[in-house]
Write a protein that binds this ligand. Sequence first.
Ligand code: ATP
Length: 651
Amino acid sequence: MEPVRTDFDSKVLHARQLLREGRDIPPSLVAEEVQRSWSRSLKHGLREHDRVLFNPVSAAQLRRLDDTHRVLLDHAAPELQRLFAALDNAHWVIACLEARGTVVKALGGQSAALRDIATALRPGLNLSENVAGTSAPGCALEERRPVIVRGSEHFLEEIHMCACVAVPIFDPAGDLAGVLNASRHHHAPSIGILEPLALTARAIENRMVNALPDALHLRLHYSAELVGTPMCGLLAISRDGRLLGANPLARQLLELDMLPGTAQCAQTVFQCGLGPLLDMLRKHGRTPTPLHCHNGVRLHVCLADDAHPRPFTAPVPRPAVAAGAPHAARASTPSMLADSKLSLRIHQAERAFARNIPVLINGETGTGKEVLARHLHDGGPRASGPFVAINCSAIPSGLIESELFGYDDGAFTGARRGGMAGRFEQANGGTLFLDEIGDMPLELQARLLRVLQERTLTRLGSTRSIALDCSVICATHRDLAQRVASGEFREDLYYRVNGLRVTLPALRERSDLDALIDHLLAREAAPATPALTAAARDCLHRHDWPGNIRELQQVLRLGAALAEAGCIDVGHLPPELTDAPLSLPAEAPRDGQAQCADGKATLQQAEAEAVRAAFLRHDGNVSATARTLGIARATLYRKLRSYGLLADAEA
Ligand SMILES: Nc1ncnc2c1ncn2[C@@H]1O[C@H](COP(=O)(O)OP(=O)(O)OP(=O)(O)O)[C@@H](O)[C@H]1O
């Protein structure tokens, strides 16, 4: 054994002893991210001797993995192959894990010497920290950055034989898509794997951005020479100038996360309208051209080789809505797509839905789950068929089975003569929308799963099978994963309905509140749409909207009815929106954000002071303060309340 390894092993041993004794561990013994991961592993209730890595993985689980993570797999598989071929040595097992820590693809490990590592990285196995404790992929997912974990730094003893390097992969919306991991034996000869692994992760991210359809693809970098190389930033913009996606480098170069909302990318990012941007790009073609961006930085930008700017000059009309679809679905589409992150998710949902991948919609009440379901149906492969919605929590549990699956003549006392087709049958050729699926009784879940798997159903009291050809969209306001963990929702059904999950943000979190207000107002009060005074609009921004879009709709309807001289003012809004007076306390923020023991201000306190100073500088004008701080007004209201700078009913 090499001396350095002995030294390493003894340092880790010492650090683990300190951990057991609850004492501080100097970073010279073990990296801080590993220490944090150890603490999290302990919090998850894991013990060093636990054995979890050799849990069986069923063939059904593997099939589900392929279905659910097809997008990641499609982009990751060729890059993984390329890396594996380039490594050209037998020491490594390379794996790709999805964002919740399950291995979706692994290469290598055919040799007997690597069998133990290949077993620990086999598809279907979950290596998230709450299952397997500290490992490079689990820790990289938590820390959202590259991590190296060697030998006894792994929390569980059963993986002390590995040395692992992991690099996170981010999707075009900037969310975690998964992690790439390379593992070898701890004592095998080492090579610098981090760099090739990071390049492979970047290549997968770039593929994902480049694959965004109906988008204008831009390339950018500080240096003109690097534009068009794998090292440059990639940006995808919709035909009306909204940001559809970006790779992490573009996010960094453009400081996209600092923007209050990236709805109008051309305007907010490049400080010019879409027209001038397109004119400039057309004029210079593929030659990188310097452009000043919102953060004062000058970047060289050009169109991607295969980009066609022409279609972006006019929005493409949406496909016709199926006969009988409610007006809301048609009217809501533009506002639904205004929030850039949401619009990307919806775009992905449209694509997944078109390929018969089940979509699960999450969101509080009134956030537009049904509107989205109808939108998917209207643009989906069965748009000409019916859209049948059923609220699983609103039907008495005794009736839900007959409601869903129908019944035959004489199936039970009181059954309608001649029987009745259930909702599934009614939805044949169209889409079945199962709202509040999280509230479906456990015993019915097994039946639903069977129908979804076998694509046939049998009415109550009948033996005849009926073939089913309908799309299924499920929605819930509950955390289904948590219900699976607590045994209230079947895990197999969860994976079956959760092909792609879209979480609709609460209204208070949306970056496009103003666009939504204007859109709804125009819809509710057409043709004589009243204007909103600045004070009334401020009230709308300050409200928490527990009823979300449904509540906003009601408030605007009332405002439009009470409006005077073509204006909705504060007095035309319901009292719960107007009872939150502004106040400017002279003192700095309250306790909660107190001083650290060593006298340094906490990050939170620094933020509170920055917020307070800007607020005072703008004489309490929320819009101007939000603009100066580069945050959305709703976010500013939340911060003002939490730092005690805004007295409201709840504060
Ligand atoms: N993007 C949107 N644009 C315009 N109106 C919308 C939008 N989303 C929702 N709405 C309106 O808000 C109301 C609530 O929408 P919806 O019924 O889809 O919400 P939900 O999340 O399914 O609610 P619940 O969970 O209570 O069933 C509807 O009247 C709908 O027309």
